[in-house]
Write a protein that binds this ligand. Structure first.
Ligand SMILES: *Cc1c(COP(=O)(O)O)cnc(C)c1O
Length: 976
């Protein structure tokens, strides 16, 4: 061997150093060696063996293609994208073309300050995104003329289902019938069917005219209806109310700028999709749906709600309000199982309204309406029949639909398929004069002078339904209309917040890992964005290749046999998985099995989802080490043997431990006739190391927005695939009837996949949030089998390193074999609270003064902090966090030995705002410098929280969920 070959790296070595793996994984080889030494482990593999029970360890590496670099992967996915054909889509049916304002596209959708943020549980570092969300809520409440709106739901179909259950909870009627107009969007009806099933609600579908007569607890109407017609429902609403039932309305936000708001003619609940406010089709999602209702129902509303409270200084401050409705607290009695929703898309839609303002939105709506009226006028002149009273969607009747569709395809247009003699044409903001001329031409109608036709054609909106009330009068919707103004407004909001572009977010159970830019890039390609969810199959070959490819990758990673990508959140995946279990039992004449065992440490969505499929939740105890108490499990399974449907278990447990007995747990459940549902939220501790589908579990959901790199978006979007063993594969959710099922490749594992057995749709779109699937596809493609395994191992290492370094200062509540934790660790603050009065919350808030987002607070154990660093955090960042925690522990010690006061100390008063520490008066018993700069390094880089600690109790007592009136801030400056 020559000396030069020993020192000079080979071509292969040089290439290896561009490996994506080394960008994704925080610590380098030397750092990994140092950390292994710190935790006393000789190697990553030895550490893995010491943590993961031998009974579940995978023998063979994942069977995935070798990793490729960023350029190659982007080229590969570009080629897939190009197999989609982008037509001009006038299909409508709840999805309309829109121009995403470029300033929003780049500075929100493509900006990590927004897309890497977490759900705003820590109010003080989330003021910016909560202001954006309260804009969304105000926008929805104003346009629908309802009292209150939530901060988004998953899609219009599930929002309709939530409206149904809200009406059931809140109405006075004892009926179990929900009446649905036959003129709601078909996909909404599909989702309603699925959801009504588990809840003993009978759906009755019929013409609007029957809604008044039908004995029901509520009705659902569509406004304008799915064929585009705008009806006056005032009398109907009155009649429904007279029977003691509630009126829910699915409405189109853009139409509401021109037509009377549902709140003005008797609606009790209004739902819909805000997609056309600047969010691309994306083959069905993600988009932000909304739910608005009367004030009387606010305490039983589903989903997240941003409210206004005050901070410790008496200033207005936003926070998540009425959280006592949510699953984390109410479990199976929660108002819904919604956890991840659609925050990023709600922010986009809200910003679209901020940008355009009431006049701009009205102009867009009017222009769209004029184009529709002109097209209808031209068709009328040519003798083609068009339904009356429309906003933007024409119902074209008595035509040879096949011939028109064929001509439309030749012109590059998609129209809505209805039947052989009628079709639909939905226009939108992107429609041009040329489009209208070309559309008319399809029917043999010529438009020579579009302006003359404009003058000659009357509006088609019913005269009695014109909107006369004002909306969006708050200054926020009337200020930021120039691009500079909007740019700076969005930047100002982003600057108030801490997202992963500034700091690690060590949230246990949430896996806030790197969302690499290369993974994000394909998301905004038009070949993925501009595909309507009901585009014909021949235009979506690229999507189907992507979907099948990703399904196969996930099958390999989990050891299951089939995957459905339809669920658009983890909780939706739970619902889909439990539906599959229920349908499987029913197929074996065991429909009576309805008991779902759930360990007390489970995430709140588990019991909430079990309730949705009509299962009874029976809680299983945990032992002192945080493991499922096997004796209690066996006793409960035996006691409920006749009725046992399922066990829902999280693995590794929410206590951060690989339970040794997991195989035995599965055996016990199976022995008594139940199925094992493994909550896959913690897959980041398993990929490439162990497979739930191989150790006895029957079904899992995954959270692609945790393990597989889809960013959290401030609380959504997400994708919650449902993965099952072959016997459950026939019971995965259906695709929309008009589309051939994709992903048969992955499902072929099951020979008897009879579509008739499938459960209904759980989301409004066949492939859920399809347009963000490229992120996970890119991640797996870039990492390859060895990379994924290494990511898991470093996730385990990072957690153990943090636990080890913090051990002299904070006690880790639960550990597994060899004193090691899994990919997260729970720090027990309860002894500290008892001794000093300093709570876990005080520590969480004090971390803000250090520029950190707090770990998960009080889940799964009250009074604790759960830290999950993930593999993406470097040793430098881990040490920065550990140093902050150690400094905080020193402050707690100072309270213990009297160097700091018990009541007036930097922990109890955290976080400290700039106004607090620079005020002329400083009345605290500790120095200002300690308040703001507890570590020297903070003098170089400092995050200033925009508000002091937010008062939770005040917020829940004084519910206020729309934009803060400007006067509130004026008062404030006067008193300051
Ligand atoms: C995040 C999480 C869920 C719910 O997932 P969503 O996507 O938020 O609906 C369920 N279980 C566990 C353990 C989780 O961490």
């Amino acid at each position: 061997m020559s000396s030069s070959s020993a020192s000079a790296p080979s071509l292969r070595d040089l290439e290896h150093h561009d490996a994506f793996l080394e960008r994704h994984i925080g610590p380098n080889d030397a750092e990994i060696a140092h950390m292994l030494e710190t935790i006393g482990q000789p190697s990553l593999d030895a550490m893995t063996d010491a943590i993961v029970p031998a009974s579940i360890r995978a023998a063979a590496p994942l069977d995935l293609p070798a990793p490729i670099d960023e350029q190659e992967a982007l080229a590969k996915i570009r080629a897939i994208a190009q197999k989609n054909t982008v037509f001009r889509s006038f299909i409508g049916q709840g999805y309309h073309g829109t121009h995403t304002p470029n300033v929003i596209l780049r500075n929100i959708l493509e900006n990590p300050a927004w897309y890497t943020a977490y759900t705003p549980y820590q109010a003080e570092i989330s003021q910016g995104r909560m202001e954006a969300l309260i804009n969304f809520q105000t926008m929805v409440a104003d346009l629908t003329a309802m009292d209150i709106a939530n901060a988004s739901l998953l899609d219009e179909g599930t929002a309709a289902a939530e409206a149904m259950t809200l009406a059931k909870r809140s109405g006075k009627s004892k009926s179990n019938v929900f009446f649905v107009s036959e003129r709601v969007h078909p996909q909404t009806l599909e989702v309603l069917r699925t959801r009504a099933d588990g809840l003993d609600i009978e759906l009755r579908v019929g013409p609007d005219s029957e809604a008044a007569q039908a004995e029901s607890f509520g009705v659902l109407l569509q406004y304008p209806d799915t064929f585009g017609q705008v009806h006056d429902h005032a009398a109907l609403a009155e009649a429904v109310h007279a029977r003691g039932a509630l009126v829910a309305v699915a409405a189109d936000l853009l139409a509401l700028t021109l037509i009377k708001a549902p709140g003005e003619w008797g609606a009790d609940i209004v739902i819909g999709n805000s997609q056309r406010f600047g969010v691309p089709f994306g083959f069905g999602g993600p988009h932000a749906a909304f739910l608005a209702c009367r004030d009387a129902f606010k305490r039983s509303m589903p989903g997240r709600l941003i409210g206004v409270s005050v901070d410790a200084e008496g200033n207005p401050a936003y926070r998540l309000t009425l959280q006592t409705r949510e699953q984390h607290i109410r479990r199976e009695k929660a108002t819904s199982n919604i956890c991840t929703a659609q925050v990023l898309l709600a922010v986009m839609a809200g910003m679209y309204a901020v940008y355009h303002g009431p006049e701009g939105l009205t102009r867009i709506a009017r222009r769209t309406h004029r184009l529709a009226a002109i097209l209808a006028g031209a068709l009328g002149e040519a003798g083609v029949t068009v339904g009356p009273d429309f906003f933007d969607t024409l119902h074209v009747l008595d035509v040879d639909a096949d011939a028109i569709h064929a001509r439309a395809r030749d012109a590059g247009f998609n129209l809505r398929t209805i039947d052989s003699t009628s079709l639909g044409i939905g226009l939108d903001e992107t429609t041009t004069r040329a489009d209208v001329i070309a559309l008319a031409d399809l029917f043999g109608a010529t438009i020579d002078d579009i302006d003359a036709l404009d003058t000659a054609t009357a509006d088609a909106l019913p005269a009695g339904l014109r909107r006369t009330s004002e909306f969006l009068q708050h200054p926020v919707f009337n200020t930021h209309h120039s691009e500079h103004e909007l740019l700076r407004y969005m930047r100002a909001l982003a600057d108030k917040d801490l997202a992963m572009d500034r700091t690690m977010i060590p949230l246990g159970s949430c896996t806030m890992k790197l969302n690499a830019t290369a993974e994000m890039i394909p998301v905004t390609w038009p070949e993925f964005g501009n595909i309507h969810p009901l585009a014909p199959a021949e235009q979506t070959a690229g999507y189907r290749e992507l979907i099948e490819g990703l399904e196969a990758m996930l099958v390999e990673c989990t050891g299951y046999d089939a995957v459905s990508l339809q669920p658009n959140s983890g909780a939706q995946g739970e619902f889909a998985g439990l539906l599959a279990i229920r349908a499987w039992h029913a197929s074996r004449d065991e429909a009576h099995r309805d008991v779902c065992l759930i360990p007390e440490s489970a995430h709140g969505t588990n019991p909430a989802s079990a309730q949705m499929v009509g299962m009874r939740v029976v809680v299983v105890k945990c032992d002192r080490d945080g493991n499922v108490d096997i004796d209690d499990l066996r006793a409960q399974a035996e006691k409920h043997a006749e009725k046992l449907a399922a066990l829902m278990v999280t693995y590794p447990s929410t206590h951060g431990v690989f339970e040794e007995a997991i195989v035995e747990i599965c055996e016990i459940v199976h022995r008594y006739g139940g199925q094992v549902y493994t909550d896959g939220a913690n897959m980041n501790a398993l990929v490439g190391v162990a497979k739930p589908g191989k150790w006895g579990s029957d079904v899992s959901h995954l959270n692609l927005h945790k393990t597989f790199c889809i960013p959290h978006g401030g609380g959504g979007p997400g994708v919650g695939p449902c993965a099952v063993k072959s016997h459950l594969a026939p019971f995965l959710p259906s695709a929309y009837p008009l589309l051939p099922p994709a992903g048969e490749g992955a499902r072929r594992a099951d020979e008897g996949d009879a579509p008739a057995q499938r459960v209904g749709m759980v989301s409004a779109a066949s492939y859920g949030s399809a347009s963000i699937l490229p992120i996970s596809w890119m991640y797996i493609t870039l990492m390859g089998a060895a990379g994924l395994r290494r990511a898991t191992q470093v996730a385990l290492l990072n957690a153990n390193y943090v636990a080890k370094r913090l051990a002299p200062h904070f006690e880790t509540l639960y550990t597994g074999r060899n004193g090691l934790v899994a990919h997260e660790c729970i720090l027990d603050l309860r002894p500290i609270k008892d001794a000093t009065g300093i709570s876990a919350e005080d520590v969480a808030k004090r971390l803000i003064d250090f520029g950190f987002h707090a770990p998960t607070l009080s889940f799964p154990v009250a009074g604790t902090l759960m830290v999950e660093p993930t593999e993406s955090e470097s040793l430098h960042e881990l040490d920065r966090f550990v140093d902050a925690m150690i400094q905080i522990r020193d402050e707690i010690r100072a309270v213990e030995d009297g160097r700091l006061e018990r009541e007036d100390n930097p922990l109890r008063n955290a976080p400290h705002t700039a106004t607090m520490v620079t005020g002329s008066e400083w009345a605290h018993a500790y120095p200002r410098e300690l308040a703001a700069f507890p570590l020297e390094t903070l003098k170089r880089q400092k995050y200033w929280p925009p508000v002091a600690r937010v008062d939770n109790v005040h917020g829940d007592k004084n519910i206020m969920c729309s934009c803060i009136p400007i006067e509130a801030f004026k008062d404030d400056t006067e008193t300051a």
